[in-house]
Design a protein around this ligand. Structure first.
Ligand code: PGA
Length: 250
């Protein structure tokens, strides 16, 4: 991979307190180096510390993303929820949507579709996650499932260029299991085929997510139809996160 416009998205999930802001200093320094000027780092901390991250990163190249939003655009009586306007106000310019951990809690394709629409309306870029379960894969239903997830979530959406796709096989998230680079390459080609056939888009950015770590990055970086990685567990440790970034280009 060359380091032109490659994305490294740090998905902190439900981890992190105000004091965690001190755990990104080395990453900020890394982005000041010429070699890494063209990479895109997006930190997605929990909602509670979005604005703290935004303040800290105000003068840096690192962008901020939220991990979810509510599916309607207006303010309203939705206890515990935040809308697209709120996360934008906190300093986020991206949002992760469709993550399997939320699908698992009952989030449907229709809800994801609504969320993507309200995010794009607020000019928030979407990191749209999709992926098959182990059962889908074993039953040879991967392509069918991915196609359904993609078409349902993007129904009626024209602004596809502001969507970054994130292929995250459910069986790979947090398990240490990853596809071999040659198989992942083939899957990414198939996904690009689905997107190209159904949407008018010139440049498709697809990230891979699922157990990316400092060891498997050596093989994963060979997948050169990818535009980067969505990293959960390993992104919470800045040394590991930096190691992954550096190894991607070495
Ligand atoms: P993981 O999570 O890297 O911890 O597997 C990735 C994700 O869920 O985005």
């Amino acid at each position: 991979m060359t380091n032109n416009n490659i994305y490294f998205v740090a998905n902190w999930k439900m981890f992190g307190l105000k004091s965690s802001i001190n755990k990104i200093d080395k990453v900020i320094n890394l982005t000041k180096k010429n070699t890494f000027k063209k990479i895109n780092i997006i930190y997605c901390p929990p909602t509670t510390i979005l604005s703290i991250f935004a303040n800290k990163l105000r003068n840096s190249k690192i962008k901020i993303g939220a991990q979810n939003i509510f599916y309607t655009e207006n303010f309203g009586p939705h206890t515990g929820s935040v809308n697209a306007k709120m996360i934008k106000d906190s300093g986020a310019s991206y949002v992760i949507l469709g993550h399997s951990e939320n699908r698992n809690e009952g989030e449907t394709d229709l809800v994801i579709n609504k969320k993507i629409k309200v995010a794009l309306k607020e000019k928030i870029k979407v990191i749209f996650c999709f992926g098959e379960t182990l059962r889908d894969r074993n039953n040879k239903k991967t392509s069918k499932v991915l196609k359904k997830q993609i078409l349902n979530a993007l129904k009626g959406i024209n602004d596809i260029k502001n969507i970054i796709f994130a292929y995250e096989p459910v069986w790979s998230i947090g398990t240490g299991k990853v596809l071999k680079s040659e198989n992942l390459f083939k899957d990414i080609e198939k996904i690009k085929g689905i997107i190209r056939t159904n949407f008018n888009i010139k440049e498709i950015n697809i990230l891979y997510g699922g157990s990316v770590n400092t060891k498997n990055i050596i093989d994963l970086k060979k997948v050169d139809n990818l535009s980067g990685f969505l990293i959960g567990g390993a992104s919470q440790n800045q040394n590991k996160f930096i190691d992954i970034i550096k190894k991607t280009f070495n």
